[in-house]
Design a protein around this ligand. Structure first.
Ligand SMILES: Nc1ncnc2c1ncn2[C@@H]1O[C@H](COP(=O)(O)OP(=O)(O)OP(=O)(O)O)[C@@H](O)[C@H]1O
Ligand SMILES: [Mg+2]
Length: 444
C-alpha cells in the first residue's frame, strides 16, 4: 500500500477521496493547499500526490506553478491531477474526477513502480529521502532527467562541485525507480585504502587476508536489486577501476579470496567533483570505465549559477532547523535574503544549509536577520568583475588573480584550471607585475 498525499482546496473532495483510499489500505495525508503540501512533503516520502483542481485557496497562482512546486518537493512521487487537468505522468492520461479513483491510484502506482510499492519496506541506509528543492531552469531540467532515467538501469555519472547535491540526486534516482524500497547504499571510494575498498564492495572470505576473521558480504551483494552510489569515483586506484569495470561488464561479484563468482543486479550511480574526462586524458582514469560510467551524465551546476534557488533553499532549511530546534523562527528579513542571494557560495548548498543552521541557532527573534549571518557573507569579493567596460588585458589579469586566490596561490593548480602551462602563467604574472601572493591586490 502506498503513502498518498491529497491536495485539494475543496473539503468534501478531500474527505471523500481520503476515505476511499484509506478503505483500500493506503496511508493518506491531506493538505488544503500547496504550502501545507510542501510542509508535509518534508516529513514524508509520498509515492503518489493527487492534486485537485479546486484552485481557489490552493496557494500558488496557476496550475502549472502548483504542479511545479510539488514536482520540486517530491521528485520521486507520481503526480495525478484529479481535477480539471489531465495527467502529467505519461501513462496516466485523461484522468477525471469522476473516474473511479481507486483504480486510478492502483494504475498510477503500477505504472510508477512496476508494482505497488510497499510502505515500510524501505531499507534505505543513511538519511531518509529528502526532496530536491529549486525552481531554476537548471534544477527543473535536472528533475526531468532524474524522472526520465530512473527506470532504466543505465549507470549515471553525477558531476558537480562539492555540496551541490550529487548524493541527493543519487537518492532521488533510486526513489523514482522500480528499485525504491530496496537497498540504497552510498559509499565513498576515497574513504578506503585500496585493499579495503575491494573487500567493501565485493566482500571477502574468511582468512583471505590478515584480519579477515569472518566471511563478509560486499556492498554490491548487499544492495542486490537496489542502487549503489559510489562517491568520489575519480579517486579510485587504477587496479580497482579494472575490477569495477569487470563487474559492470558481467554483473559478477568475486569476493576477495573466493573463486566462485556471484551475480547481482545493482544499479550504479557514481559521482565526482573532478573533471573525469581530464582525468582520462591525464592517464589517471580508465577511458573504457569512463564511458561505462557516463552512460547518462548529469551535471549539477554550482549554486552561484542559479541564484533564484537560494530563497527557496533558505526557507526550506529555515523551516527544517526551526522545527529541529523548536524555535519559532519563521521568516528571513529582506536584507538577510539579499545577502544570501548576493554571496558566491563556494561550498554550495551544503554551505547554505550550515549557514541557516547557525543562523537559526543565533537568532533571538522570529525573523532571521543580517546579524545572525556570518560576517564573511558581508565582505565584498575583492575582485568582483566591475560593471564597466574594460580591456582584455585587465580582464585577463583579474581572472588570473581571482583564480590564484581561489586555489590558495597554488600556481600549478591555477595553471591547470586556466589551461595554460605554468611557464605561461609565470610569464603573465611577470608581465602584469604580480610578484608574490597578494602583492598586487591593492592595485586592481
Ligand atoms: N536542491 C537541493 N535541495 C535540498 N537540499 C539540497 C539540495 N542540494 C543539496 N542539498 C543538501 O545539501 C547537502 C549537500 O548535498 P550532497 O551531500 O548531496 O552534496 P554532494 O554534491 O554529494 O557533495 P560532496 O561533493 O561534498 O560529496 C545535503 O544536506 C543535501 O541534502
Ligand atoms: Mg557527496
Amino acid at each position: 500500500m502506498a503513502r498518498v498525499l491529497i491536495v485539494d482546496g475543496d473539503r468534501s473532495a478531500r474527505v471523500r477521496n481520503a476515505e476511499m483510499l484509506r478503505a483500500q489500505g493506503h496511508e493518506v495525508s491531506v493538505a488544503t493547499g500547496i504550502a501545507e503540501a510542501l510542509e508535509r512533503s518534508e516529513h514524508d516520502a509520498f509515492e503518489l500526490v493527487l492534486l485537485g483542481g479546486h484552485g481557489e485557496g490552493l496557494g500558488a497562482a496557476s496550475e502549472p506553478e502548483r504542479v511545479q512546486a510539488l514536482r520540486a518537493a517530491l521528485p520521486a512521487a507520481t503526480l495525478v491531477l484529479t481535477g480539471n487537468g489531465g495527467s502529467l505522468d505519461a501513462p496516466l492520461d485523461a484522468l477525471r474526477e469522476r473516474e473511479p479513483l481507486v483504480a486510478t491510484v492502483d494504475e498510477a502506482l503500477a505504472s510508477a513502480g512496476g508494482r505497488a510499492p510497499r510502505a515500510h519496506e524501505d531499507e534505505d541506509t543513511g538519511s531518509a529521502f529528502a526532496p530536491i528543492i529549486g525552481s531554476s531552469p537548471a534544477i527543473r531540467e535536472l528533475l526531468r532527467l532524474v524522472a526520465k532515467v530512473a527506470d532504466t538501469d543505465s549507470t549515471v555519472l553525477v558531476t558537480g562541485e562539492t555540496g551541490t547535491g550529487k548524493e541527493l540526486i543519487g537518492r532521488a534516482i533510486h526513489q523514482a525507480s522500480r528499485r525504491r524500497g530496496r537497498v540504497f547504499c552510498a559509499v565513498n571510494s576515497a574513504a578506503f585504502p585500496e585493499s579495503l575498498l575491494e573487500s567493501e564492495l565485493f566482500g571477502h572470505r574468511r582468512g583471505s587476508f590478515t584480519g579477515a576473521s569472518a566471511h563478509k558480504k560486499g556492498l554490491f551483494e548487499h544492495a542486490d536489486h537496489g542502487t549503489v552510489f559510489l562517491d568520489e569515483v575519480a579517486e579510485m586506484p587504477l587496479s580497482m577501476q579494472a575490477k569495477l569495470l569487470r563487474f559492470l561488464q558481467t554483473g559478477e561479484v568475486r569476493a576477495v579470496g573466493s573463486e566462485a563468482p556471484r551475480y547481482v543486479d545493482v544499479r550504479l550511480v557514481t559521482a565526482t567533483n573532478k573533471d573525469l574526462e581530464r582525468e582520462v586524458l591525464a592517464g589517471r582514469f580508465r577511458e573504457d570505465l569512463y564511458y561505462r560510467l557516463a552512460v547518462i551524465p548529469i551535471v549539477v551546476p554550482p549554486l552561484r549559477e542559479r541564484p533564484e534557488d537560494v530563497p527557496l533553499l533558505a526557507h526550506h532549511f529555515l523551516r527544517r532547523f526551526a522545527r529541529k530546534t523548536g524555535k519559532v523562527v519563521d521568516a528571513l528579513e529582506p536584507a538577510a535574503l539579499e545577502l544570501l542571494q548576493g554571496y558566491s557560495w563556494p561550498g554550495n548548498v551544503r554551505q547554505l544549509e550550515n549557514t541557516i543552521e547557525s543562523g537559526v541557532a543565533l537568532c533571538q527573534g522570529s525573523r532571521l536577520s543580517v546579524a545572525d549571518l556570518p560576517a564573511r557573507l558581508r565582505e565584498r569579493p575583492v575582485h568582483a568583475v566591475p560593471d564597466t567596460l574594460q580591456s582584455l588585458e585587465t580582464l585577463e589579469r583579474t581572472h588570473i588573480l581571482r583564480t590564484l586566490e581561489r586555489v590558495g596561490w597554488n600556481r600549478k593548480r591555477a595553471a591547470e584550471i586556466l589551461e595554460i602551462s605554468t611557464t605561461t602563467l609565470w610569464r603573465r604574472l611577470k608581465e602584469f607585475g604580480i610578484e608574490a601572493h597578494g602583492a598586487s591586490v591593492g592595485r586592481l
